[in-house]
Design a protein around this ligand. Sequence first.
Ligand code: SF4
Length: 367
Amino acid sequence: MLVARKQLPLRPAGPDTVDALLAWYDAERRDLPWRVKGRKRPDAYRVWLSEIMLQQTTVKAVIPYFEKFVARWPSVADLAAAPLDDVLAMWAGLGYYSRARNLHRCAIAVMERPDGQFPKTEAELIELPGIGPYTAAAIAAIAFGAASTPVDGNIERVVSRLFAVTHPLPGAKREIKRLAATLTPAKRAGDHAQAMMDLGATVCTPKRPSCLMCPLQQDCHAHARGIQETLPRKGAKGERPVRYGTAFLVLREDGAVLLRKRPPAGLLGGMLEVPSTDWSDTLMPSDMAMAGAPVRTEWWPVPGGIVHTFTHFRLELQVVRAIVPPETPLTFWAEPDRCVWIARRDLHKAALPSVMRKVIAHALKEQ
Ligand code: SF4
């Protein structure tokens, strides 16, 4: 027997929705190290740092990095005064390394302002390096109480369900942002933004949202229609292209590993890497790949390979390994000016991105 879905009186999302959400937040908010208890406003430096770290990364992954950063650099002035290499090394493992370079540039830009403080408005914040519309709105709302509306993936999902936006993303982004702004209260805008983030992360989850526990259930048009799990809709996505390359792991007899600093701009800019061929769209014949080796010696292919997924492509690297005496000269292809030898015991401290840590672990696993 089919049971008719119980229809609750559906009200348009508005001030009552906001009140319900804030009451829920007061009782259920996540205790995170960049938040402060009660109604006080958190330090803009900590809000900014957490928001930059949280881009493309989970809260769980960010917490230890956030704590390490604020322990070492408790203020924006401390971070601005730190060498970029130290910041990159501390960031290693969090991914998307342009964020770390922009983080450092942004700290310097803040210290160059007459008051050495973060600006308070979205319009000024967005002028700083590495701060986009979402981060500017989040800092303005959370640190300064401005009635700004940050919209990240979590909030996009909650709003698209609350208002039953069935138009697919990314075309629906503008409409979702407009609808989200209709909910932003003049008071407690920062708490409201964080409540939306928490709701999206813990209740209105991508799969199986917990509508029964949701403070907004009575106002939620997607829930009323039973379509919440299908929202937000997404337009068709193309497959990520694949790039290929060969990485050369050179181990010196005294235990040092050859690494190379990447150019400051672009993907993984300023980070260290295991020297490799260019990453190209087609698999290079092995004699051509080996012609680009950083030392002339006997090479051993390491069985298997590593695969790493970047935002815009998938990288497949085959790895070859060699052990050389200390006086071995580097070839022109190694770009010796950018090369450094790092002792194996110090590799954990080096500014190596995850993809290069995978290469090293793979190359050394049978040693
Ligand atoms: Fe999300 Fe369900 Fe709450 Fe609607 S009722 S906002 S779908 S958790």
